[in-house]
Write a protein that binds this ligand. Structure first.
Ligand code: THU
Length: 128
């Protein structure tokens, strides 16, 4: 699957965003090594910290369907530049070795980075 196709899935899932508090809609899509795609959106809560980001929604959906091998993740929002994942999502991407992250915005900006670039010196199972 091409990067732009994964971005389009993320864009579609952004429309499902439940973000009545921030009004900031985020969409994500994760691609498995076998070619399956799972989309997600941010899901907010009146107890703000309970909010789940779009990236983690997509990853948790996939993992809960038995997926553990991932090729890439795309994330999109109405940001000035490509949407950058938060720290918690970076840590979850690290857990599942999602090494290619495609950051995008609604206006066509795209930046592809590695997990190592996003989360250097990551804490991992090797540290336990
Ligand atoms: N958000 C995401 O969905 N992904 C990120 O990587 C950054 C932040 C959401 C959480 C919250 O619903 C809204 O964006 C504003 O922080």
């Amino acid at each position: 699957m091409e990067d732009k196709e994964l971005i389009e899935v993320a864009r579609k899932y952004r429309e499902f965003s439940y973000s009545p508090y921030s009004k900031f809609k985020v969409g994500a899509a994760v691609l498995t090594k076998q070619g399956h795609v799972y989309g997600g959106c941010n899901i907010e809560n009146s107890s703000y910290p309970v909010t789940n980001c779009a990236e983690r929604t997509a990853i948790f959906k996939a993992v809960s369907e038995g997926e553990k091998e991932f090729a890439a993740l795309a994330v999109i929002a109405d940001t000035e530049g490509p949407c950058s994942p938060c720290g918690a999502c970076r840590q979850v991407m690290g857990e599942f070795h999602i090494n290619k992250i495609i950051m995008a915005n609604l206006h066509g900006a795209v930046k592809v980075v590695t997990l190592e670039e996003l989360l250097p010196y990551a804490f991992s199972s090797k540290d336990l």
